[in-house]
Design a protein around this ligand. Structure first.
Ligand SMILES: Nc1nc2c(ncn2[C@@H]2O[C@H](COP(=O)(O)OP(=O)(O)OP(=O)(O)O)[C@@H](O)[C@H]2O)c(=O)[nH]1
Ligand SMILES: [Mg+2]
Length: 198
């Protein structure tokens, strides 16, 4: 189902800061430069709603986008980019912990993994942390336009094996060609429907 309205409603820069809205949330997490902001724009059919950086590690705040006045899509700051200063890296953990822990509005997380690289050590640490929180996680491979057909299939199988995931927990997408974005929106709809139907 295509998205109707989408608007930026605000950002959180410090732990403990209240969110700009109280609708149910689905958040997008992943390494710096993996394509979080690009995928959000592709999903919402907007070119420049979420800021895409030439310069990795730019999104340092938690950004909230209100969709159809019904739910929030949340762009989380990326992790694991070596060139980002130690100071910025240090601030990431408490900001993410404060957001993810005890957040009753958070319906689910989308964890993005670069289809060319698979899950890295830092991804595994995030995934472990998310396991403790207990929210549903959907794994999404990004930038599949950079792989040929065989490479795509291999990337999906590799990730499923790496993380021991069932078939329906992994999607392959490209923000450039929009492949996989309708399937992803459908999965998000299921998550939202499950919530709103009690
Ligand atoms: N070919 C291709 N390039 C992509 C795709 N998605 C993102 N990119 C490129 O990858 C780079 C990073 O994209 P972003 O969307 O800014 O990544 P991000 O995860 O939001 O990065 P941070 O905000 O720094 O954590 C940009 O140069 C994008 O143009 C894709 O599906 N295909
Ligand atoms: Mg970003």
């Amino acid at each position: 189902m295509p998205v109707g309205t989408a608007e930026f409603v605000g950002a959180i820069a410090n732990p403990g800061q209240p969110p700009p809205d109280t609708l149910p949330e689905i958040a997008v997490a992943g390494r710096s430069n993996v394509g979080k902001s690009s995928l959000i724009n592709a999903l919402l059919g907007r070119k420049k709603l979420a800021r895409v950086s030439k310069d990795p590690g730019r999104t340092r705040e938690i950004n909230f986008f209100r969709i159809d006045d019904r739910w929030l899509l949340v762009d989380l700051p990326g992790y694991g980019y070596a060139k980002v200063s130690k100071e910025v890296q240090r601030r990431w953990v408490p900001l993410m912990e404060a957001y993810l822990k005890n957040n009753p509005r958070l319906l689910g997380l989308i964890v993005l993994i670069d289809s060319r690289h698979g899950a890295t050590k830092t991804d595994s640490r995030l995934i472990e942390f998310l396991g403790d929180i207990g929210v549903p996680v959907l794994f999404v491979l990004t930038k599949i336009d950079k792989l040929n057909r065989a490479g795509r299939a291999r990337a999906v199988v590799k990730l499923r094996e790496q993380l021991d995931l069932p078939e329906d927990q992994v999607l392959a997408t490209s923000a450039r060609t929009k492949e996989g974005t309708l399937e992803l929106l459908e999965s998000l709809e299921h998550l939202l429907d499950a919530e709103t139907s009690g």
